[in-house]
Write a new protein. Structure first.
Length: 380
């Protein structure tokens, strides 16, 4: 029998946020009484981490703020549960790729001071589960992660605040993806934080090309191009019906470990429908801003059925060098994933109708229909 995955204990990413951001969040968004213990523990860890954050900000970050990138970064985008994590993990087998790892995503300013790194990486290794509860993906402090968790650590601008405050998810979308009602100086500060994060990630992972996997950026193409005019993009799409079921399952399993306020299942489901429409509509509108030959679109189905051809097409399409050197490592990783256990999905008839009605524009864009392997359950 195989070894059982390590059990762990997840905490909100606010454990590594600045006191200013922490005060902003806890002062502006209602916390449910049942999560008070989680808040107290989060604040306690945050305060213990404070001296190390201050040291790194004062004496280490300035070294990376002025650095310029030698190579245009690559941004993997797409709606959540569309295969962005799988694609990111595959491409990160190429050692020329640099990325934000899980430890940096939670403690972005406790990265290069030795004592702080020793204490909090050890702490993170103990707490982080062996697999992600929402989809059985392997977790670890050194593994690739989304940078969104870290983008709100100093500047109060991060869509993933919704994991703590899910009732505000649509408000967060307007403010932190579309940047509505956000002062320009705050957005400028966020962009500087982003560049700093990228430079530190390249140092941390010893990469030459920054490879991002951050679904919120699917609706921020214009802002990404303002920061990195030559940025390259890989958009991965998946059948919207599968996306809905996987997103609902993922949220249901992950939210209980991160949320600081309650939300009903029906409200969350409504938010999922609205969020998909917003994100994919914004992407389709902004897609035309990407310079020619700087965008590759691929389907999750093709990545699953013929991953090597898919990855090779990404290298050729974006004119990336180094595929022959990376291929053995990519093949080894793909071989190790053959035992990966996927979740089985069922769907009600009424949800099929709603998805085809509200997300029909995306199904038409990429010619999707009802997947044969999903079991339809009749409404009672």
């Amino acid at each position: 029998m195989g070894k059982s995955p390590k059990k762990g204990f997840l905490l909100p990413p606010a454990v590594g946020y600045s006191i200013t951001v922490l005060t902003y969040l806890f002062g502006n968004y209602r916390i449910s009484l049942k999560y008070l213990g989680r808040v107290i523990l989060t604040v306690l860890i945050n305060l213990i981490n404070l001296p190390f954050r201050i040291y790194e900000k004062l004496f280490i970050n300035k070294k990376y703020k002025s650095q310029t990138l030698e190579h245009p970064p690559i941004f993997i985008i797409g709606h959540w549960r569309s295969g962005t994590t799988h694609l990111h993990n595959i491409l990160c087998q190429d050692d020329q790729m640099g990325y934000v790892n899980t430890f940096q995503s939670v403690f972005p300013d406790t990265l290069f001071n030795r004592m702080g790194r020793f204490l909090f990486e050890g702490f993170a290794k103990i707490l982080i589960p062996g697999v992600r509860k929402g989809d059985n993906v392997t977790l670890g402090t050194h593994l690739p992660q989304e940078e969104e968790f870290a983008l709100g650590d100093k500047t109060p601008l991060c869509f993933y605040y919704f994991w703590m405050f899910p009732r505000s998810i649509l408000n967060f979308y307007d403010r932190f993806i579309r940047f509505k009602k956000i002062d320009s100086y705050i957005v400028d500060s966020w962009k500087k934080d982003y560049k700093l994060l990228v430079n530190k990630a390249l140092k941390e992972t010893r990469g030459k090309i920054f490879l991002s996997k951050n679904p919120p950026n699917t609706g921020r193409v214009a802002e990404i191009l303002e920061m990195f005019p030559n940025a390259r993009f890989i958009h991965i799409h998946r059948n919207p019906i599968e996306v809905f079921l996987s997103t609902k399952n993922f949220f249901d399993k992950m939210l209980p470990h991160l949320q600081l306020q309650t939300i009903s299942g029906s409200v969350l489901e409504t938010h999922i429908f609205t969020l998909y429409k917003l994100l994919m509509s914004d992407y389709l509108e902004q897609r035309k801003l990407i310079p020619e030959n700087n965008l590759i679109e691929l389907s999750f189905d093709n990545l699953e059925s013929d991953p090597i051809s898919c990855i090779e097409s990404v290298y050729k399409g974006l004119k990336l060098e180094g595929y022959n050197q990376a291929e053995p490592y990519i093949e080894k990783y793909l071989s190790s994933m053959k035992s990966y256990k996927k979740n089985k999905h069922y769907i009600r008839e009424d949800l099929i109708v709603k998805i085809k009605t509200e997300w029909g524009f995306a199904m038409n864009e990429w010619a999707y229909d009802i997947p044969e392997h999903i079991e339809i359950v009749r409404n009672e």
